[in-house]
Ligand binder design. Structure first.
Ligand SMILES: Cc1ncc(COP(=O)(O)O)c(C=O)c1O
Length: 401
């Protein structure tokens, strides 16, 4: 009989080769446990999903309660389902007035698809603008606005009429015109290695969209839901998008996404033609119940307002350590840039040997990310820092020998 590890490699389609896969059998708070009884510290949160920690009791209880009532009933939008409507209302009340119509989907990629389709319906235009080093998902629409030619090239032709602009370049915004349906941007770039917008940049993008009638779409799939020290990353600049995309932590650990716009704009998917976007599982009631519980935890446990202090504890502990070139921090999301790619590769091995779950970014090979659950305690941060510094010391020795 094959072991689960062998089944993983033999029968599963995989996005990359994992040489020594680990089987996780339980997860709680910031910890994962494998089948041999080893404990891992999760400093990635399943890539910004587990903002309230793994298996938070309130989320687990909400999921159990909803499963007892009903699971899937019908394709999206046919029946009134209490978890969906309560979550839509909750979200609308947390957002500025014009963002009050919530379309639930399954994932981040689907939220992006819905948002770009909506922008094309509202404007009647086709051109779309995105930014270098942005990641928006694996579907073809999202891929068309992904900021990396290597990942795109194997799948061309993609959606035509796209323009990729350099992030933080004010001059490049001149390329946005009366032909542009949407400008898709992360208010803080994630996979680029945590790149913050220059002062005034998002405001300039907003102004350009106003001037040209292009719709501004914010991808907060990775940076939203309290991660950066505000519930939504756009609150740092005060720039409000025309469409907001959410997923990842939005589901509290369950698969859920949404794109949010004004009722007037959103109605374009309801009429002429109707069925402008269809989804079977979008807004699954169990996922919406989990999301509602997770949002309560974020506010009731004051996780959002404490994220920046905790992020600074990590930054202060790592700044000036040998090999560390720069630290970029937004709340409890850090991009730690090292002096060379070789050191990062050797450090990743040390992290794994020390059972620290730390991840690199898609588009920045010299940096690694620290994004633990927002529930991490000060003691857990100190312990994690000790381990990270130990790993950095060993990786430096390996690289300089
Ligand atoms: C910023 C951003 N947008 C979109 C996506 C796509 O989300 P999903 O993997 O749920 O399709 C991701 C996933 O990593 C992301 O980081």
């Amino acid at each position: 009989m094959l072991t689960n590890r062998q089944l993983f490699s033999r029968y599963m389609g995989l996005p990359s080769v994992i040489s020594d896969p680990v089987e996780i059998i339980r997860a709680e708070g910031i910890y994962l446990y494998d089948d041999a009884g080893n404990k891992y510290i999760d400093l990635v949160s399943g890539v910004s999903v587990s903002n309230v920690g793994h298996a938070h009791p309130s989320v687990v209880e909400a999921v159990r309660k909803q499963i007892d009532q009903y699971m899937h009933l019908m394709v999206y939008g046919k029946f009134v389902q209490s978890p969906q409507v309560k979550l839509a209302e909750r979200l609308a009340k947390l957002l500025p007035g014009k963002l009050s119509s919530v379309y639930f989907v399954n994932s981040g990629s689907e939220a992006i698809e819905g948002a770009i389709k909506l922008s094309r319906r509202v404007t009647g235009r086709t051109e779309m603008a995105g930014f270098a080093h942005a990641y928006h998902g694996g579907s073809l629409g999202a891929l068309s606005l992904l900021g990396d030619e290597h990942l795109k090239n194997a799948f061309r032709p993609l959606i035509p009429d796209t323009r990729m602009l350099p992030y933080n370049s004010f001059e490049a915004l001149e390329q946005i015109s009366e032909r542009t349906a949407c400008v898709l941007i992360e208010p803080i770039q994630a996979e680029a290695g945590i790149i913050l917008p220059k002062p005034g940049f998002l405001e300039a993008v907003r102004r350009k969209c106003e001037e040209t009638g292009a719709m501004l779409i914010f991808d907060e799939i990775q940076m939203g839901m309290g991660r950066t020290g505000k519930m939504f990353a756009f609150e740092h600049s005060g720039v409000v998008p025309d469409i907001l995309c959410l997923a990842k932590a939005f589901g509290g650990g369950m698969p859920l996404g949404a794109f949010v716009s004004s009722p007037e704009h959103m109605s374009k998917l309801t009429f002429e033609p109707e069925l402008g976007h269809i989804t079977t599982f979008g807004g699954h009631p169990v996922c919406c119940a989990a999301s509602l519980a997770a949002i309560d935890v974020l506010f009731d446990s004051k996780l959002i307002e404490d994220a920046d202090r905790k992020g600074k504890m990590f930054a202060d502990g790592l700044i000036n350590k040998p090999g560390v070139k720069e630290i970029r921090q937004a709340g409890l999301m850090l991009g730690v840039e090292l002096c060379d790619d070789g050191l990062t590769a050797s450090l990743m091995k040390e992290f794994s040997l020390n059972r620290l779950i730390v991840d690199q970014f898609l588009f920045n090979p010299a940096a690694f990310r620290i994004a633990p659950p927002l529930t991490i305690t000060d003691d857990e941060i100190r312990k994690s820092l000790e381990l990270i510094i130990h790993c950095i010391t060993i990786a430096n020795n390996h690289t300089t020998i």
